[in-house]
Structures are given as C-alpha cells and as structure tokens.
Design a protein around this ligand. Structure first.
Ligand code: PGA
Ligand code: ZN
Length: 425
C-alpha cells in the first residue's frame, strides 16, 4: 500500500529543473523516479508544467509541478495498492485534461514511474523482470555520434547521426564496437582539425560543412575502428525536420547547405543519402504534420530503411493509428514523457507491435540518472533503444543497466539484432 507521495525539483543533464517523485510503502520502503525533458519537442506532446517565474531558472522551474505531487496526488494515492496500472488510472482521472496540463505531465510521469517501480519492489524482482514475462529482450542500441540541430547550436541541420552495431552478437559486444567507433571518431575529427566539443546528448558537435560531411567522417571513423561498414556498423539519422520546416510554405530549409527543398525534394535527398551510406533508419525525415508526404518516404525507402516517427507520433495512440492507416512510417519512437504515464506508453508499444511497426524506446536530450529506460526497453521487448552518446552519466545510467541485465540473464540473454528494425513489405 502507498502511504505517502512527495515531489521535488531536481536538475537534468542540461542543468534545467525536472521533477522527481518519491512513494513510500506501508513497510517503510521508499521508491523514487525522475523524468526527462526534451529540447526538440513535438508540438503535440503532453504538457510539461513549468513555473514560468522569470526570477528562478529563467522561468523553467518545476516547483509547482513537484508541489502538486504532495498537495494533490498524495491524498488520492494514500491507501491504494502499489499497482502501476491502478495508480495510473487514478492519476489520469485526477488530472482530467487530454495533455496532462493541469497537474503537469512531468509530475504525473514521475509518480507513474515510481509506481511501476513500487510494484516491482513489492513483487521482489527488478523492474525489467517484472515487466518482461518469460522472454526479456536486450535491445539493439542506436547510439549518438554526431549532433546538430537544436542539440548543437544548429551547426548542422540534421539533429543526430547515430551508429547501430547491427553485426554484434550480444549487447556487450554492441557496446564494445560502439566504444571503438566513438574513440576512432574523436581521432578522425581531430585529424581533420575539428573541435571535440560535446552536444547535449554527449555526441560530438563539430562545425561541419554539410549533413553529408557528417556521414563521410563517420565512414572514416568506422574504417579506422576496423569494423565493416554496413554489415557490422550501420547508421541511423534523426533528421528532426520539424525544426527546419516552414509550415506556411511547406518547405524544408537546409541552412548549412543554403537550400530550400519541397517535401519531395527532401525525400530525394534522403534517398541519395541511403544510396551513398549504410543508413538503415531515418527518424522524422519529414515534419510533424506533413502527413501528406510521409507515405511517399515509406514508398521510396520503407522496404529497406526503418522510417521512424518521433514528432509525428509523439507516443500518442491516435497519431500512431493514423500512421498505421496511412502507411506513414514503419516504426515508432517511444518517449514516455510525450504521453505521460507508463501504462499509456506500454499501450503504444503494444499498438505498434500489433501493426508490425517497430519500436525504439527513447531517452530525451535532457535526462536524469534514472536507469528505468533500460528496464522498460528490455521488459517491453522494445527491440531498439536510443539513449544518446556513451559519454555522460545520465546516458550511462541506462547503458550500464543493460550490461547488468544481460549479465543477470546469463545464457538466457537474447539480443535483438537487426531483425528488430522496421521494414515495410
Ligand atoms: P529531444 O530530442 O529529447 O530534444 O526531443 C530527441 C529526439 O528528437 O529524438
Ligand atoms: Zn527525434
């Protein structure tokens, strides 16, 4: 039984406030959970409640959201069983708004995640095992190497250039190869006279001339690391094109290349990228409300490339359903704070799976040291995980948790591999 709920304002990896919740059980044990925060957010995401008081953290404080946990959520949770689904239903009812704007999706999710953790604690097993049923699955990681867009001062138009160690036979080996490529990339960038400064998710944020140059440098880094391009290491790109799309004119403005493209021009650009480099996953290649053109992208590339909707779907069942019906993608980026409860996030994973859409369980650019994302990815059999770079402890909290889970599973550990990628047949 839950006996107490409290919230507090803590800091995320960008040094901005975020919410942590604590639940106390009747036996005195306490569970805590904290929530991430995005920078390149989709406009249809659940509402992150911020104080708006310019005297503190430039208006980004979350004292009101944190206080709502003690003042409003605590009284309704007291005496309830530590069952995540039950608590999530109560939270939804109490908030009463579609975007969780009253209590704040940040307050709601912190409590929801703590409740999932409390349920596992009562069951006496780790969160991943509690969620997993008989067949936990270690996800194929999608690891940030080079950042642009809103995460790196718009040095490049595209937001993330990531590697996927598709040839690895285990999660541990996937991480080893990724570490080698990361080290080789640092050498390669230095050899070319670029800065090694880090972006928000810990990837490098060099001032390269074009999106294409980012992939050229990555090719050289993979070669330097002695890995086979394509069969061992392939690429994912998060274009995050919502953030350089002009909704009025319907065009895409590539600043680094001084070009303005139509949606079809973007599709052609992405086709060329796939022809020249082993890119096997493209996220938000078109903007969040460009529903009209997403099917064109799938028609041109979906048979061999994973087409992922992030801002497009915002982890919302209605938007995922529309994507299924219109053939707008073949994979869903899953971010729990886009929807706001663990129950609803799990439902979106199920929905995607039911329609043969792949899922990528994803962190945000602003993260905390909470490792839960790793547990959720394994327990839900998400297939793929996107956490950022392998530097910075808010990311390693998740990467290292996956190592622990793999070790705990021993011979029973199953690693997803490339079959987890979305494909349109
Ligand atoms: P965000 O970026 O957390 O800043 O939204 C991550 C992503 O776009 O995938
Ligand atoms: Zn994205």
């Amino acid at each position: 039984t839950i006996t107490r709920a409290v919230g507090r304002e803590i800091l995320d990896s960008r040094g901005r406030p975020t919410v942590e919740a604590e639940l106390e059980l009747d036996d005195g044990r306490i569970v805590a959970a904290s929530v991430p925060s995005g920078a390149s957010t989709g406009s249809h995401e659940a509402v992150e409640r911020r104080d708006g008081d310019p005297a503190r953290y430039r208006g980004l404080g979350v004292r009101d959201a944190a206080a709502a946990i003690g003042a409003e959520i605590d009284p309704v949770l007291r005496g309830l069983p530590a069952i995540g689904a039950v608590i999530d239903r109560v939270l939804l009812e109490l908030d009463g708004t579609p975007g969780k704007s009253r209590l704040g999706a940040n307050a709601v999710l912190a409590v929801s995640l703590a409740a999932a953790r409390a349920e596992a604690l009562v069951a006496g097993v780790p969160l991943w095992r509690h969620l997993a049923g008989p067949e936990p699955l270690l996800p194929l990681p999608m690891v940030n190497m080079i950042s642009g867009g809103l995460h790196a001062g718009r040095q490049l138009d595209f937001q993330d250039f990531l590697v996927m160690p598709v040839g690895a036979e285990s999660y541990r080996q996937a991480l080893e190869w990724t570490g080698d490529v990361h080290a080789a990339l640092a050498e390669e960038l230095a050899a070319r006279g670029h800065s090694l400064l880090k972006a928000d998710e810990g990837g490098f944020g060099p001032a390269l001339g074009s999106n294409r140059e980012a992939l050229d440098v990555l090719d050289a880094a993979v070669e330097r690391a002695g890995r086979a391009l394509g069969s061992e290491i392939a690429y994912a790109v998060d274009v995050a094109s919502t953030h350089f799309h002009d909704p009025a004119g319907g065009t895409y403005r590539l600043r680094s290349e001084d070009r303005e493209l139509s949606a079809s021009g973007m599709v052609r650009l992405l086709e060329r990228m796939v022809a020249e480099h082993p890119v096997i996953s493209i996220e938000d290649g078109l903007a969040e409300d460009d529903w009209e053109h997403w099917p064109e992208l799938v028609a041109r590339l979906g048979d061999r490339v994973q087409i992922v909707g992030d801002d497009l779907f915002v982890t919302h069942p209605a938007r995922v359903r529309r994507g299924v019906e219109t053939g707008a993608a073949n994979a869903v980026l899953v971010k729990m704070n886009q929807i706001g409860t663990i129950t609803e996030t799990a439902e979106v994973v199920e929905l995607a799976r039911a329609h043969r859409f792949a899922t990528v369980i994803s962190a945000r650019s602003g993260e905390t040291e909470d490792p839960a994302l790793a547990d959720l990815a394994v327990g839900w059999r998400g297939g793929q995980i996107k956490i950022g770079s392998i530097t910075q402890s808010e990311r390693l909290a998740k990467y290292n948790q996956l190592l622990r889970i793999e070790e705990a599973l021993g011979d029973a550990a199953v690693f997803a591999g490339p079959s987890a990628l979305g494909r349109t047949s």
